[in-house]
Design a protein around this ligand. Structure first.
Ligand code: 13P
Length: 368
């Protein structure tokens, strides 16, 4: 008994002792989680970006990716609604079509640059056809270089599939990988976005999603704590709790908000500054309505967005790869960013939305 309490009493204060970037991490996380703002996820890998460009008839060349991302980062006034932008490695080191560093354009807009650091999903042997996320090897040298290049937060997306189980092995692997990544990122001064995406795939009801999400987040926080991760210096990127995409019973924004907030209250400590949801294949309007429903009364954390598809879809279609459409496309991006900013404040009305913005974007087995 005496020995056990001696060990406990002599354990160091983790945040000050282990991580020299503690103060900066807390500050960065608070800046990203600032009122009325959220994250623009524009970190599609080259393969995924290629699919987006293909949908508007463009070739997947570096020049086309650069043109599209220039359009996004230079939308005038974007920083009023967007606090952080997640970039793919190519973009972090890239200049705009006007020759300015993308990172500098973001900083001028008061937007914190972030970086996707995972190396994608591969099959997980011994599981039920599930996957695991690669990228831990050499991660600390990459995160140090990304910090030098101007990134201040990171993202690691792994997935959990409900129809495939999820097996205990897949959940444990997802949680452990996220925790190791989070510790390594903090050690380099990058705020880790912790993203175990529970895929929309399946015909299960909302209660089943809730059950799986509880299990996943319990394990994620168990391993984050085991890895001495500073909770005040992380951000979360969960899926909202919804029925499976192929479930006959659809949920209203109120139901999604009730289930999701219940999950968050049960599993997420208030030390965590921000919860930045992914859109996961919801339509642009659906994602905004659901976020708005979650912000109708005060929450212990900043509850906001980190959308890719639900911010970019109409913007990409409006652009269509034509220089003369750049301004119109930027305007549609700003419409979505502003709508989600209002939803973060609980003040979105849903009025005046286009039919395009109401179209769902679910794709089975989506990779990023
Ligand atoms: P979606 O909002 O399109 O689901 O993007 C998720 C993501 O992880 C992007 O960083």
């Amino acid at each position: 008994m005496a020995a056990a309490s001696a060990t406990l009493n002599s354990s160091p204060v983790i945040d000050k002792f282990k991580c020299s970037y503690a103060d900066e991490l807390v500050k960065t996380a608070k800046t990203v989680a600032s009122p009325g703002r959220g994250i623009l996820a524009m970190d599609e890998s080259n393969a995924t970006c290629g699919k987006r460009l293909d949908s508007i008839g463009l070739e997947n060349t570096e020049a086309n990716r650069q043109a599209y991302r220039t359009l996004l980062v230079s939308a005038p006034g974007l920083g009023n609604y967007i606090s952080g932008a997640i970039l793919f490695e190519e973009t972090l080191y890239q200049s705009t079509t006007e020759g300015k560093k993308m990172v500098d354009v973001l900083l001028e807009q008061n937007i914190v640059p972030g970086i996707k650091v995972d190396k994608g999903l591969v099959p997980l042997p011994g599981s039920n056809n599930e996957s695991w996320c690669q990228g831990l090897d050499g991660l600390s040298s990459r995160t140090a270089a990304y910090y030098q290049q101007g990134a201040r937060f990171a993202k690691w997306r792994t997935v959990v599939s409900i129809p495939n189980g999820p097996s205990a092995l897949a959940v444990k692997e997802a949680a452990w990988g996220l925790a190791r990544y989070a510790a390594i990122s903090q050690d380099s001064g990058l705020v880790p976005i912790v993203e175990p995406e529970i895929l929309l795939d399946g015909d299960h009801g909302i209660d089943r999603t809730f059950e799986v999400a509880q299990k996943v987040w319990a394990e994620v926080f168990f391993y984050l704590a085991e890895n001495n991760v500073l909770f005040e210096g992380i951000l979360l990127k969960p899926s909202m709790v919804t029925p499976g995409a192929e479930c006959k019973n659809k949920a209203t924004p109120q139901q999604v908000a009730d289930y999701t907030l219940k999950l968050l209250h049960r599993r997420i400590p208030p030390a965590v500054p921000g919860i930045m949801f992914l859109s996961g294949g919801q339509s642009e309007v659906e994602a905004t309505l659901n976020l708005n429903a979650m912000n109708q009364s005060p929450n212990p954390w900043h509850v906001s967005f980190s959308y890719a598809r639900a911010l970019q879809n109409t913007c990409l279609k409006t652009w269509g790869g034509r220089p003369e459409n750049v301004k119109a496309a930027q305007d549609t991006l700003l419409v979505r960013a502003k709508a989600n900013s209002l939803a973060q404040l609980g003040k979105y009305t849903g009025e005046g939305e286009s039919e395009e913005a109401k179209k769902g974007m679910f794709v089975k087995g989506y990779v990023y």
